[in-house]
Design a protein around this ligand. Sequence first.
Ligand SMILES: *Cc1c(COP(=O)(O)O)cnc(C)c1O
Length: 359
Amino acid sequence: MNNHIKLFIPGPVEVSEKTFKAFCSPMIGHRSESFKELYRSIHPRLQQLFGTRQPVFLSTSSAWGVMEGAVRNLVRGRVLNCMCGAFSDKWNDVSLRLGKNTCRLQVEWGEPIRPEQLDEKLASGQFDAVTIIHNETSTGVLNPLSDLCAVAKKYPETLLIVDTVSSFSVLPINMDELGIDVLLTGSQKALALPPGLALFSVSERAFQRALEIPDRGYYFDFLEFKKNQEADMTPSTPSISHIYALRSKLDDIFAEGVENRYARHATLNTMVHDWVRRHGFEFFAPEGYRSLSLTCVKNNRGIDTVKLNKLLKENHHMIIDGGYGKIKGTTFRISNMGDETPESITALLNALDDCLARL
Ligand SMILES: *Cc1c(COP(=O)(O)O)cnc(C)c1O
């Protein structure tokens, strides 16, 4: 672990020694009593974090598996994709590749999805489901989730699929209260686990919908997950290592206190924002819609971000992200997810100061 390059990119993020130790626990059979105990031991805490009384499932895949699976399980005919950045745009492409009839609510990268825009689209036709990304990681935009959910509630035939891959455990998200039908997240962002596990929960009416859909496939069949979870198991052999690591992470989260965790992320995010302002940079996302997990900085000073990152890596053994897709170079991103602390973010910002001075 010593001398590795510490990741301040928005996923994967740094994984702690404690988590790695848990990840390396000895194997157990996935149909054994020990496995069932393991799943049982984490399930109530997962429900609490999801804000749901519904079952929480563990998928051995990255988040995209469940993002694709949600469309497959819930959409017969039309799906509306809310698109405001690389990940949400791709969800439309994935829906098309599944042969679904898709409709696009596209806004400029850097802009949030506004509730009135969603209302207008949903009113324009019948949709089986709508896909929303809470925190669009590519642009650093935090969409106004509770307002969007309130709009979606007006259309009971349209099920609500929400990706919280980079916001889960950073701020409170209450699935049942918000009326979300599929809430999904991944392991390598704010949970600071190695990549390869996705977590999700499904509402009762989404299970009812899945029953009506014949070609759900097998690996991501929500009804298979439901049946197996009732016996404290997963449909196929899961990454047991990830589940051990997840248990260790849940111990950490509840030892810190969930509210304290949210407050810590807000504090760290503010520290990065102060640094951005201090150096005369601007934000890519408008005020009021900025991510609490990461900061997408507008490179209005026109610095050489490739060189900045090279200096950071060589001199300080850290890296940030040089911007995603079409906004590479014109933006850069700094993550404050996972186990970071005021001390570690201060160390990063000091290192960035040093590198900026050498550009
Ligand atoms: C990282 C990310 C994904 C994709 O996760 P994978 O682990 O690559 O499948 C999806 N949505 C958001 C918002 C993300 O940040």
